[in-house]
Write a protein of this length. Structure first.
Length: 242
């Protein structure tokens, strides 16, 4: 199978500190791949480098094309889209305007499918449809995460890079967000998911990587990682798991 994303020996430095060292990972089309690990392991750095926001060494191919030196805008145009941990919404703009910003480049080139995609996004996120005229800065944490996802979907992504989508959310909202992520895969959007909630991430992922101190410590099918004694004890809170 041709991989949608291939990263080989990726390394990122902050001055003299090597935050990510020799990381290789793959994302197959139509799959959810998760990267779990502790705070400070380099997970967010990995996604930022994949998006082209940080200088990195190593190789990266997207849909078979070399994108290691490609600008961020070109990666977005190719279908690689990041939903950052801080969501980076425009709080003094309405929900509707934030959503439409995701389609800015498409509107400029007069993409006739934007209206249909807007309708589809609001059908997927009815809570946002109800709050179209509300300022984004007044939304709850869960609604803000939904808005960040909705805006990203308006770019027509082939691969979503999701950075800690459950961060700061109540358990019931986390369940809703992960349900949406699974639905996106079913709709044909592949996902690279960085997440500290290892249990939720492994539950919906097809394949997983454990990143520790900037390096891949373990990898494998998500169901196998969830049964790994080290993963169970360290990340799932299952002391003594066999």
């Amino acid at each position: 199978m041709t991989m949608l994303l291939q990263i080989e020996r990726l390394s990122v430095r902050y001055g003299k500190i090597e935050a990510v060292r020799g990381v290789s990972l793959r994302v197959a089309p139509g799959s959810i791949v998760t990267v779990i690990g502790p705070n400070g392991a380099g997970k967010t750095t990995l996604l930022a480098a994949a998006m082209g926001l940080l200088d990195a060494t190593g190789a990266m191919r997207f849909e078979g094309a070399d994108v290691a030196r490609t600008e961020v805008e070109a990666r977005v145009a190719a279908g690689l889209v990041l939903v950052p941990e801080k969501r980076e919404l425009f709080g003094d703009m309405t929900v509707a305007d934030n959503v439409l910003l995701g389609a800015f480049a498409r509107v400029r080139r007069r993409d006739a499918s934007v209206r249909a995609d807007l309708d589809a996004v609001y059908a997927r996120f009815p809570r946002l449809a109800e709050r179209r005229a509300q300022l984004a800065g007044t939304l709850s944490g869960g609604e803000r995460q939904m808005l960040a996802l909705a805006r990203a979907l308006m770019t027509k992504p082939k691969l979503l890079l999701l950075d800690e989508p459950s961060l700061g959310l109540a358990p019931l909202i986390v369940r809703d967000i992960f349900k949406i992520i699974a639905e996106l895969r079913a709709a044909g959007v592949s996902i690279l998911l960085v997440e500290q909630n290892a249990r939720a991430a492994l539950d919906i992922a097809d394949y997983g990587y454990v990143l520790e101190t900037g390096e891949i410590a373990l990898e494998g099918p998500a169901t196998e990682l969830a049964r790994n004694p080290r993963v169970a004890q360290t990340y799932l809170g299952l002391a003594g798991a066999a």
